[in-house]
Design a protein around this ligand. Structure first.
Ligand code: HEM
Length: 359
């Protein structure tokens, strides 16, 4: 007997809606309308985090490959671009949470203590995957988030800490990006070419000489405009800029040195046809970090509006703790390089233009 054709899918089955919609009952099965609002908004965020994680992993997998062919860079940009749109959407979504007046939140807040977004293992996974290190995190009452999740996990059947550990074993987007940047052709020279280290060091030396010349020009302009008396005040600041650029570019680790020089090269000669996608990739990662910071800041402002300066259900100082997390920078090089850039007219002369798609 032939098997009957499979029945066509029904919308609610395809999306597992009966199961999904039965998950908003809270701890006692009887949430008030405000608590239902609170639960749904959090769940919606967690669903977005799930998608962010999958997109980050796809982008990271491409980027972490030993060789990333030119035509695959758009895929990385595509996945990270989607993450950025989701994060922007999440930032806006805090406005929905904010419709919860402080007193209405107080009506059920004690029920959830000590549960807190501090235990959002998915957001921790996002941070870990991006490259945020445990030692760079703000501690909550002396305890870092990973250790906190490990200690509260004993009270749950779900092993969130195991998920964090598995994510910690993965290659981070930051490391994958740096490894890729370290392979940037610099002044036409690629890793493995004879004399590559000399070309890279030569580019760094030429660049630093131009930073010095630009600093001298800037100082002369300031003295002309503001008077000789300003020289003593301005000169140390300009010299500090040069010192910082030198510290950034002249590092012992040859891979890191090449990665930073590569980043500077892409940012400096960004109009070259073959650098168009690499430059877009860097811009997309900068936007990603910016969106993460906007997310942290928007969450903190929403929290301030709903609970003022109270301590959090997770036991932190609340807004004070959250504001400290807005200092996180997972891709510090992408920010530092901005202070090192020069006007186009002052860049070292480009060599081997033909290797960057210019005839
Ligand atoms: C009335 C609504 C909310 C309040 C009052 C609130 C309050 C807080 C507070 C005070 C903290 C610091 C840890 C603690 O002591 O508990 C925190 C952390 C956190 N919350 Fe919220 N939150 C709210 C809504 C949300 C929503 C909708 C999300 C979205 C998922 C969220 C995600 C997080 C995350 C991820 C953290 C950890 C931040 C970090 O450690 O970097 N929160 N929240």
């Amino acid at each position: 007997m032939p098997t009957p054709p499979p029945s066509p899918p029904v919308y609610w089955d395809y999306l597992s809606l009966p199961g999904l919609l039965a998950q908003q009952d809270g701890l006692d099965g009887n949430p008030s309308p405000d608590e239902l609002h609170f639960i749904i908004v959090h769940q919606a965020f967690e669903l977005w985090f799930k998608l962010v994680l999958s997109q980050l992993r796809l982008a990271r997998n491409h980027l972490a490959a030993e060789r990333l062919p030119e035509e695959q860079v758009p895929f990385v940009v595509h996945h990270l671009g989607r993450v950025n749109v989701i994060l922007r959407h999440c930032v806006d979504q805090f406005a929905v949470m904010e419709t919860l007046p402080p007193q209405d939140f107080l009506a059920f807040r004690d029920k959830l203590t000590p549960a807190s977004g501090f235990q959002s293992f998915q957001l921790r996974e996002v941070e870990i995957l991006l490259g945020l290190k445990t030692e760079d995190r703000v501690a909550l009452g002396g305890v870092k988030p990973e250790a906190h999740i490990q200690s509260v996990g004993a009270a749950s059947k779900f092993d969130a800490f195991a998920r964090l550990q598995a994510t910690q074993a993965e290659v981070t987007l930051r490391d994958a990006l740096n490894a890729w940047l370290a392979r940037t052709p610099i002044q036409g020279s690629s890793v493995g070419d004879p004399g590559d280290a000399d070309v890279v060091n030569g580019f760094i030396a030429d660049y630093l000489a131009q930073v010095k010349a630009h600093g001298d020009q800037t100082l002369a302009g300031l003295v002309r405009a503001l008077g000789e008396s300003e020289r003593a005040r301005m000169e140390p600041r300009i010299r500090q800029g040069l010192d910082e650029t030198q510290k950034f570019l002249v590092v012992d680790d040859p891979v890191l040195r090449r990665a930073r020089a590569g980043l500077l090269f892409i940012e400096s000669y960004r109009e070259l046809p073959l650098l168009a996608w690499p430059r877009l990739l860097i811009d997309t990662v900068v936007e990603l970090e910016e969106q993460m910071l906007l997310f942290r800041n928007r969450h903190a402002r929403m929290v301030e509006r709903v609970i003022g300066r109270r301590i959090g259900t997770g036991g932190s100082s609340g807004v004070e703790y959250l504001d400290k997390t807005t200092a996180y920078r997972t891709f510090p090089e992408l920010w530092t390089v901005r202070s090192a850039l020069l006007p186009r007219a002052m860049l070292p002369a480009l060599q081997h233009r033909e290797k960057y798609g210019v005839s």
